[in-house]
Design a protein around this ligand. Structure first.
Ligand SMILES: [Zn+2]
Length: 233
């Protein structure tokens, strides 16, 4: 993202995935250990370590700032919001990817687990953290970034915004990103899915495999392609 306002990059090393912003020091983005230990299942798939079915239940038992954190960054002029409801150790680096897509142009939200094997995954159709709900409701285009449990360097695209999905797929394919249509529980068409709770009731949900997230060059191409479409939308 050195050509954009974000100045953001991923670095992959033996100690895990590092995120570098600008010329600052690289920071860990979920260690490989925690990634390997974590079930990377996502929306619609019952995860063995899913403890909560609503944010209210989670907030009653977990500590903000120690167990979890969230960030809401509105951009007043933006019709687009990019969200990562399963960031931090839940679906590692999805929050960083969403943040980089949003940059300074679009609104951004992420929910992050801060501890390993957190069990803080709340399914997308149950995700109801109030700041996220409020931010999403005020935007016409909602993009959600998730981790996909499948192997290989692959991205799948789902959601209810067929027009946006088609535009994103076209640009991603043009940039050499392996793109698949979301199937089954990853289709993202549930009207209660947080990605479909924007002003239009339609959004686009993108699932990135861990192998894909480990490939910094592909991730940079992905972010650039996503921004190109959203900036032109
Ligand atoms: Zn997810």
């Amino acid at each position: 993202m050195r050509k954009t306002a974000n100045r953001w990059s991923l670095q992959i090393g033996g100690s895990g995935i590092m995120v570098r912003e600008g010329t600052g020091p690289a920071r860990r983005c979920g260690g490989i250990d925690s990634i390997a230990a974590h079930s990377m299942g996502c929306y619609g798939q019952k995860m063995a370590d899913d403890k909560y079915s609503s944010f209210n239940d989670l907030a009653a038992a977990e500590r903000r700032g120690e167990d979890y954190e969230f960030e809401s960054r509105p951009r007043d002029a933006s019709r687009v919001v990019v969200i990562a409801p399963h960031g931090g150790t839940i679906e590692p680096c999805t929050d960083k990817v969403a943040d980089a897509i949003a940059g300074r142009d679009f609104s951004f939200y992420c929910f992050k687990a801060l501890k390993k094997n957190s069990g803080l995954h709340i399914k997308s159709h149950l995700f109801n953290e109030p700041n996220c709900e409020k931010l999403v409701a005020g935007h016409h285009q909602v993009i959600s970034i998730h981790g996909w449990k499948e192997g290989g360097e692959r991205v799948c695209v789902g959601g209810r915004d067929a027009e946006l999905i088609a535009a994103l797929k076209k640009e991603l394919v043009a940039k050499g990103i392996p793109v698949e249509d979301a199937e089954g529980s990853l289709k993202g068409t549930d009207i209660n899915n947080i990605v479909n709770r924007g002003a239009t009731g339609r959004g686009a949900q993108l699932e990135l495999t861990m192998d894909f997230r480990k490939n910094a060059a592909q991730v940079e191409k992905f972010i650039t392609a996503m921004r190109a479409v959203l900036l032109g939308a």
